[in-house]
Write a protein that binds this ligand. Structure first.
Ligand SMILES: NC(=O)c1ccc[n+]([C@@H]2O[C@H](COP(=O)([O-])OP(=O)(O)OC[C@H]3O[C@@H](n4cnc5c(N)ncnc54)[C@H](OP(=O)(O)O)[C@@H]3O)[C@@H](O)[C@H]2O)c1
Length: 327
């Protein structure tokens, strides 16, 4: 098989495309011929050896992949079936999708939903799944379009772009926070009604409770931005905490929780049970317009992954990156 292999020497991680014996794949009851993978922020961290996400080298990264079943010992899957894998710590603790073959547990797989191609499933990837999980969670806590504007932070990235489209398509007023002026037209094309400068939310407010602005928030930034947003939420508004591109620590007042009943809702896409994954993927197939998805997607080859990892860590990637692992 052909794979992007990470090796570690004296604390430095390097990547190269190599030919690898398939027998080295980790244990599992299903082998997949992988055709597409994708680049998430976490893949960027893994490719650069950050965050101690990978403990054992040599390693094949890639937290997401799609492809066809090559062989299966799992009753739900047969050779030729089109499947998606995201999360379960594949690409971190186990070899992942930056290779043309993968072996995993069949119970982790989701069938590619009707109406979606394998390439589109990776244009969505963990980022798209997470955006949908955040919306499902907010809705379960009472969010509906009449509640008022929904804020998306880190909006021009993968999770933010998909969240913006899904919310706008569902009839929500969407406010997008971004640090990149050059993405304003792009965000408007996805459905943003209002654009907010990232800096406005990064700075701490002198007051723990500001004017009530947002019915909900999908937060990809964390840190001081999340702390600031909590104080701007409407009464009983929900904040879906998704990411930490702006930091994983925050100092925040508890007053928004006590006086406005604000809900802080954690979103995890990695270990989420398979039934909820399947429901989220079915909704993505129904609700994500393919023209907008195709428009926000850039395709790269396996050889271009390392350069793209640097760009995603520098916050320079707009939308989503799909990797054709066969090229
Ligand atoms: N909880 C989960 O299961 C889950 C799943 C997927 C992703 N995540 C996390 O969610 C976050 C977003 O993931 P992604 O795949 O969408 O990443 P991405 O494509 O790199 O997008 C992240 C966006 O964050 C903004 N950003 C970058 N650096 C920043 C900084 N220093 N300060 C403030 N904003 C900054 C940028 O948006 P603008 O240019 O628009 O400002 C960037 O486009 C990451 O932290 C990722 O690890 C979590």
């Amino acid at each position: 098989m052909r794979a992007l292999i990470l090796r570690e020497e004296a604390g430095a991680v390097s990547a190269a495309i190599e030919s690898v014996d398939e027998a080295l794949l980790p244990g599992g009851d299903v082998v997949i011929d992988v055709d597409y993978s994708t680049l998430n922020y976490k893949d960027g961290m893994i490719l650069k050896g950050l965050g101690r996400l990978v403990r054992q080298y040599p390693h094949v990264p890639g937290v997401d992949f799609s492809g066809r079943i090559a062989s299966s010992g799992h009753p739900d899957f047969n050779p030729g079936d089109a499947v998606i894998l995201t999360g379960w710590r594949v690409g971190e603790m186990r070899w992942g999708g930056f290779a043309d073959k993968a072996r995993v547990k069949g119970e982790w797989l989701v069938p590619v939903p009707t109406g979606m191609t394998r390439r589109q499933s990776m244009a969505l990837g963990t980022a798209g799944l997470t955006a949908m999980l955040a919306i499902m969670t907010l809705e379960e806590h009472g969010l509906e379009p009449s509640a008022g504007p929904v804020l998306v932070t880190g909006a021009a990235g993968g999770v933010g772009s998909v969240a913006t489209v899904l919310l706008a398509q569902a009839g929500y007023q969407v406010a997008c926070s971004t640090g990149r002026q050059e993405t304003h037209d792009y965000l408007r094309s996805l459905g943003a009604g209002e654009i907010i400068d990232r800096k406005e939310l990064e700075e701490a407010s002198a007051r723990p409770l500001e004017t009530e602005r947002w019915a909900a928030c999908i937060d990809n930034v964390g840190g001081s931005t999340l702390a600031r947003v909590l104080g701007q939420m409407k009464y009983r508004g929900g904040v879906a905490a998704v990411g930490m591109t702006g930091g994983n620590m925050m100092t925040a007042s508890v007053l928004p929780f006590l006086l406005r009943g604000v809900r802080l809702l954690g979103i995890d896409s990695v270990m989420i049970p398979v039934e909820r994954r399947r429901a989220a993927w079915r909704r993505l197939a129904d609700e994500m317009p393919t023209t907008l998805l195709d428009g926000m997607t850039t395709e790269i080859t396996l050889g271009e992954v390392v350069g793209a990892a640097e760009a995603i860590l520098a916050g320079q990637v707009k939308g989503r990156i799909v990797i054709d692992v066969r090229r």
